[in-house]
Design a protein around this ligand. Sequence first.
Ligand code: HEC
Length: 110
Amino acid sequence: MKKIIPLIIAVLAIPALSVSAANGKALFEKHCAKCHGKDGKGHTFMGKRFHAKDYTNPAAQKELKDEAIVKAIKEGFKEKSGREVMWPTKGLSDSDIKGLVQYMRSFVKK
Ligand code: HEC
């Protein structure tokens, strides 16, 4: 895990990103949109039930580190109470995860 993070950051810095970003969209819609919403706002049945954040909000994005996105995808996410609100997403390659990180970043309108 510790070795992977600098690698991900290095790859994210490479300009040829459009391919994995497009891949990120498809993966997000497949694995994540049922809770986080296609637009990242979390206005879905599941998103409301589990209090998914609005990731079009720049403040929410600012708080969120790339490592935390990777971790949430690989290990899932628990609320402070310990309730698991997001389970790990299985079967994704590192490049799939990179694409998802990029795609999540695109929810904020600049
Ligand atoms: C079962 C519903 C569900 C699914 C499916 C789901 N999530 Fe989540 N996720 C949540 C909830 C609820 C939270 C906690 C509130 C928040 O931070 O939005 C969360 C939190 C997160 C966080 C924040 C982690 C942190 O440290 O703050 C990220 C990033 C995230 N999800 C990304 C994803 C991605 C990418 C996918 C698809 C691979 C995904 N989620 C699939 C429900 C889900």
